[in-house]
Design a protein around this ligand. Sequence first.
Ligand code: SAM
Ligand code: SF4
Length: 332
Amino acid sequence: MEGLPVLVDSFGRVATDLRVSLTDRCNLRCTYCMPPEGLDWLPKPELLTADEIVRLVRIGVERFGITEVRYTGGEPLLRREIVDIVARTSSLGAELSLTTNGIGLARLAAPLAEAGLHRVNVSLDTLDRDIFIKLAHRDRLKDVLDGLAAADQAGLTPVKVNAVLMRGINDHEAVPLLRFCLEQGYELRFIEQMPLDAQHGWSRANMITADEMLAALRAEFDLTDADPRERGSAPAELFLVGGGPAKVGVIGSVTRPFCGACDRVRLTADGQVRNCLFATEESDLRSAMRAGASDDTLAAQWLAAVQTKKPGHGIDDPTFLQPARPMSAIGG
Ligand code: SAM
Ligand code: SF4
């Protein structure tokens, strides 16, 4: 990829990790993400078609040297063409991964692996069926666990698990979740809850911090810092459990921000480039594409958008404003 122009911002950060949302819809209603009644989903004509997604991913990889493409949502497995989109982008040479709630993965893990998907992150916040129902408003824990097992079996490894802890709901599950993941050979990451829910229910006081997560884990496990080179620009701080090789990650998006090393750029399901989950500005590649823009024009617009990336998310700034788009419509 030497010699390619790169998606560099005015602070010198280079975006090499493209997050592509395939849909804003979801079959769960995690309380930290959306209200029980769901949201006003994007009308179908506003969604990028599979051809448009493949075209933009190709431009990202071929023109800008994007090395990792992660499909997300909403719930990306709800997008009917997902296997096709993976198959059509797998020959580009970037690493392909998926963030999913796991529902449907029991059926789709093998076809996705065959189509060229490399890895999955599955969200699992609890091992308790009643808490799952309370947290996600659906009785689907078994589907998630079956999906995880299928991903492992299909070789989508290392299977990573994402967990968000909420005070008074599942914050007593840090240890059982890690024990479960160690037993199954999954790599667990705890994520601090961010102000991205459509209901604006987030409060800093209620958030379980990275420090609290680590204190809970250290009461039960011996954690040592993993080699920092393993982290690279990844948001998770990694710890060896019991001296390794098993690992656990903590993503302190709020209390330990990693914006200075950020290498991400996002494409929403309706074709908007976003530099950050918390960005308030977007660049509309869909309209440009539908107006007949060439690959050169789209690439120039994309680069111009990345150049305006802000230095940080500013959650701690008194003037911080939660973005109008909720997480599910951005692509987490
Ligand atoms: N539906 C898929 C899933 O749940 O994995 C993919 C999209 S979801 C928005 C991506 C990730 O964002 C999940 O791991 C989820 O737990 C996390 N997430 C959603 N809302 C969040 C919030 N307010 N704070 C922190 N993480 C959040
Ligand atoms: Fe759906 Fe994922 Fe949001 Fe949960 S976090 S409601 S699974 S999009």
